[in-house]
Ligand binder design. Structure first.
Ligand code: 5AD
Ligand code: SF4
Length: 437
């Protein structure tokens, strides 16, 4: 008998990317074979994101594209955040879909597959009240050097713009011992970089009697022999404690990079967003990071055009950029989302104004990044060699601060190794250098 085939496309954040690694592992264990084109698959899965409307529309475009192939032995499934958000409505919007399952239900995937194989055309996994986290010994990791480990799932915050509490459910932390065991196993298997994942890693709390907080867990993972780099994402400023900065200072294995989404530089917008910190409280955390012994890179997320954001509010965000001098930033136009508190505020800022604010923000940040990256010219940075950029004729490296540093003087045998590279040129988004031999 030939194996059943599946195709999986992933949208969205690292949590989703890692969920997909677990889903792939589960499917392989169930006797499925992965193919790289939807045309060749009996089971076509989309692991979806609904953080902004644009992200959500992608899955419906995909489903539309392959509609005619439904039936004839082909089954479609929608996983992830759009699945959880839209639930059974997906069957109405796209009647050729047979499986709709949110991330809190993935532990039941094997049972859902059995139902699909039995010919059931409406299989759902939409429960959010699960206490469990999705763990499987079968995870099929995409990257041979860097491994994601989920430490906390869901989110208990109530940011007015955000779908995540509705799509990923309440916070559930994994037992610390299990995290350490997984990280040790990964080190033994040759992984050297660990990335701890959660929507809000700072509110991690070990459910076992040891009761570790996040800084303790981070420090413990950093002590595992064979692990050269530990990263974590994402942090919420309110729960971001100085103990995390101290942990980074104490152990060079913990990467000197913190992603600390601010969302807005205006305290009144932050209040409308229900972020539970003010601009000054945020800046206090930035001060801890800047006063650290190590040079810690700081990156952030910003939303422009949130309902009620005045020009003066926006200028405060621009001003914050100058004050913090972020090493990198992700910026977004506000997108109204179902179920969220901000939905009732309407979409007050016209699209053209949002576009303008985004452009101004991006331009300002570009200049900051050119300036910050240029300061590194002449310095030697250690990179993890990730591969080859054929078009540029360079090797791809990543620094501990999470900068891309492409370089000459590498070699195939160095992929996955750590190498000192001297920075020779700097652009807004990456550095260029030469391997130090
Ligand atoms: N509209 C625009 N951006 C959003 N984000 C989250 N929700 C929205 C929304 N409704 C952004 C935030 C978050 C990042 C992952 O996506 O900046 O930190
Ligand atoms: Fe998208 Fe948020 Fe879901 Fe990640 S958690 S896939 S960013 S909606």
């Amino acid at each position: 008998m030939t194996a059943k085939t599946f195709y999986l496309e992933t949208f969205g954040c690292q949590m989703n990317a890692h969920d997909s690694e677990k889903v792939v592992g589960t499917l392989l264990h169930q006797g499925y074979r992965q193919v790289d084109a939807p045309e060749a698959a009996e089971l076509v899965l989309y692991n979806t994101c609904s953080i902004r409307d644009k992200a959500e529309q992608k899955v419906f475009n995909r489903l539309q594209q392959f509609k005619r192939q439904a039936g004839k032995g082909k089954v479609f499934g929608v996983l992830g955040c759009v699945a959880q958000q839209e639930g059974e409505r997906i069957f109405e919007k796209a009647p050729h879909v047979s499986l709709v399952a949110g991330s809190a239900s993935y532990t039941k995937l094997p049972e859902m597959l059995v139902q699909l194989e039995a010919g059931n055309r409406r299989v759902t996994g939409l429960s959010l009240d699960t206490e469990e986290t999705f763990e499987t010994p079968f995870t099929r990791r995409d990257n041979p050097h860097r491994a994601y480990i989920t430490i906390i799932e869901g989110c208990d915050k109530s940011c007015a713009y955000c779908v995540v509490p509705f799509t990923r459910g309440p916070e559930r932390s994994r037992a610390g011992a299990g995290v350490i065991e997984e990280a040790r196993g990964l080190a033994a298997a040759g992984y050297t970089e660990i990335q701890l994942l959660g929507q809000n890693v700072n509110s991690y709390r070990d459910p076992s009697p040891t009761g570790w907080d996040f800084a303790t867990l981070l420090a413990r993972v950093g002590e595992i022999p064979g692990i050269r780099r530990v990263r974590f994402t994402t942090s919420h400023p309110r729960d971001f404690g100085k103990d995390i900065v101290d942990a980074i200072d104490a152990n060079p294995v913990l990467c000197n990079h913190v992603h600390l989404p601010v969302q807005s530089g205006s305290s009144s917008v932050l209040q409308l967003m229900d972020r539970s910190y003010t601009r000054d409280e945020y800046l206090r955390r930035i001060e801890w990071l800047k006063k650290a012994r190590r040079n810690i890179a700081i990156t952030t997320d910003i939303i422009v055009g949130f309902p009620g954001e005045t020009e003066a509010d926006f200028r405060q965000t621009l001003d914050l950029l100058d004050e913090v001098e972020y090493d990198s930033l992700f910026s977004f136009k506000y997108s109204p989302r179902p179920n969220t508190a901000a939905l009732a505020m309407g979409d007050q800022i016209p699209e053209a104004e949002k576009t303008l604010r985004l452009m101004i923000l991006v331009e300002k940040q570009r200049a900051i990044q050119i300036r910050r990256n240029s300061e590194l010219i002449g310095c030697v940075e250690e990179v993890l060699v990730e591969g080859r950029h054929e078009a540029l004729g360079q090797w791809i490296g990543r620094t501990a601060q999470n900068r891309t540093l492409n370089f000459t003087g590498g070699g195939e045998a160095l992929v996955g190794r750590y190498l000192p590279v001297r920075v020779t040129r700097a652009g807004p988004n990456s550095l260029v250098g030469e391997a130090v031999v």
